[in-house]
Design a protein around this ligand. Structure first.
Ligand code: C2E
Ligand code: CA
Ligand code: CA
Length: 443
């Protein structure tokens, strides 16, 4: 090896040691791994115009506790190695408890979706740490809004990361308009009750396709709020706010009533049409729930078996045994129960056996990449087999293209829902849609 290379090598090593020492002194490295920490990012990212990405391993604490103390460093090394593999070699900063961040050049922020999709795929296979296979659940958040303090941007990226995880998505971009929205959220709740009464809050219906018969077999009721000044308000935003402030009951009653009314009228012509309504986890175990459902069905004369209540997997999972009993009671009326966003929680087989569901609804994050991702195909395939073995049906949500629909059909999936089949639409549009998609018309 030429002497200059050796010299440069040892100088490089020396420089790194000095650098590391300086960082150590200023508390800028993680004590366990020796990697730059978030203080280092705060110092180095002060004026940056780059995009900021946060990654969070949501089961980090569990994974680290399951390992011998000395192996945590190895776990972090593996995580950082994977992140660097997928982020084009950008420097990774390590926070506490499974949080990692890095900067991406401003010019490539537009392509960050590809980078994060790739990283999600890399993280799907378990890490091998000290001979143990460890599954790592990861979500990403992006802040692409420079010009604010690095501290505020780090919080935003983490918030986006949390939102992605809550929504069962791989990643989300922080939306700066939400800041001014905080103020609005406070007034919004005050307006919600009146908005329900004056018709600003209405219900959209998204059709569902039966893959075996090729017919439209039902719809999901999705709440909408069209504000006279603000325009359409994101349902997740006002639903979450209503849940937090105990206003969800009136909203649910409104949606359920409209959904059952529409279902009753669509079932009159001898057609079998199922109506799915989302149930906030806050309402499970609520004394009024069952009477409300029974009365609504009676008011419109809809047979209970035409109504499907959707509860999210995470909500269903965290339910206490008493809530499970409540679900059984609801099933006792004769209605159907669906586990929504299936795949985003961690249901065990034992739980699924005990849960009185009639349907599993596969989360759209698994459906989106079905054609291109082998691991998503495996997940969907095994869900279909599992559900069928438990006597339950499977619905795939978020179906946007024909290839995915074909594949789902081949896999034996029972039903599909998504923009390809139809977008959520007002009742009048649904009636036209059904006329266009009637079996007679198809034949
Ligand atoms: P969800 O139950 O998972 O509803 C499906 C969401 O996916 C809907 O978003 C729908 O518009 C969207 N979607 C449907 N097909 C596609 C597709 O092909 N591609 C993509 N990318 N998205 C698709 P939306 O209407 O914004 O609702 C969001 C969430 O809000 C719902 O997620 C549900 O959790 C909640 N929600 C909506 N209505 C109600 C309600 O009346 N009560 C309660 N408690 N929650 C509701
Ligand atoms: Ca749903
Ligand atoms: Ca869903």
């Amino acid at each position: 090896m030429p002497a200059t290379v050796l010299m440069l090598g040892s100088m490089g090593h020396l420089a790194w040691r000095l650098h590391r020492q300086r960082f150590d002194e200023r508390g800028m490295v993680n004590e366990v791994s020796g990697h730059p920490n978030l203080n280092a990012l705060r110092a180095e990212g002060v004026e940056t115009q780059d995009g900021l990405i946060a990654a969070r391993i949501h089961n980090y604490a569990e994974a680290a506790t399951a390992l011998p103390a000395a192996a945590e460093k190895e776990l972090v090394e593996q995580i950082i190695l994977r992140l660097s593999l997928g982020n084009g070699g950008c420097k990774v900063y390590q926070g506490d408890e499974g949080i990692f961040m890095w900067l991406v050049p401003a010019g490539s922020v537009g392509n960050v979706g590809d980078q994060l999709a790739g990283l999600s795929a890399i993280f799907r296979s378990p890490a091998n740490v000290s001979g143990r296979l460890i599954d790592l659940g990861i979500a990403f958040g992006v802040d692409a809004d420079p010009g604010r303090s690095i501290q505020s941007r780090m919080s935003s990226a983490l918030l986006a990361c949390q939102e992605a995880q809550n929504a069962g998505e791989h990643w989300r971009v922080y939306d700066p308009t939400k800041l001014e929205a905080t103020e609005w959220r406070v007034t919004m709740l005050g307006e919600l009750d009146a908005a329900i009464d004056n018709g600003e809050v209405w219900v959209a219906f998204q059709p569902k396709l039966d893959l075996l018969s090729g017919e439209i077999c039902g719809a999901e009721a999705l709440v909408r709020w069209t504000h006279p000044e603000k325009g359409p308000i994101n349902p997740e935003e006002f639903i979450t706010a209503a849940e937090r402030h105990d206003r969800i009951e009136k909203l649910t009653e409104h949606v359920l009533n409209r959904a059952v009314q529409v279902a009753a009228s669509l079932n009159k012509g001898g057609r079998k049409f199922d109506m799915a309504v989302n149930l906030s986890p806050r309402l499970i175990g609520h004394a009024n729930l069952k009477p409300m459902v029974v009365q609504t069905l009676r008011r419109h004369g809809l047979p209970a078996e035409r109504l499907i209540l959707e509860i999210t997997e995470t909500a269903a999972m965290s339910s206490a045994e008493s809530a499970m009993q409540e679900l059984r009671d609801l099933r006792g009326i004769g209605l159907q129960l669906s586990i929504d966003d299936y795949g985003t929680g961690f249901s065990t087989l034992d739980y699924l056996k005990r849960c009185p569901a009639t349907e599993l609804k596969i989360d759209r994050s698994f459906v989106r990449m079905l054609v291109s991702s082998r691991s998503d195909r495996i997940m969907v395939n095994s869900t279909i087999e599992l559900a069928h073995s438990l006597g339950e049906e499977v619905v795939a949500e978020g179906v946007e293209d024909n290839e995915t629909l074909q594949l789902l059909g081949q896999m034996g999936c029972d039903k599909a829902q998504g923009y390809l089949i139809g977008r959520p639409m007002p009742y009048e549009a649904l009636v036209d849609y059904l006329a266009d998609h009637s079996p007679a018309k198809a034949a």
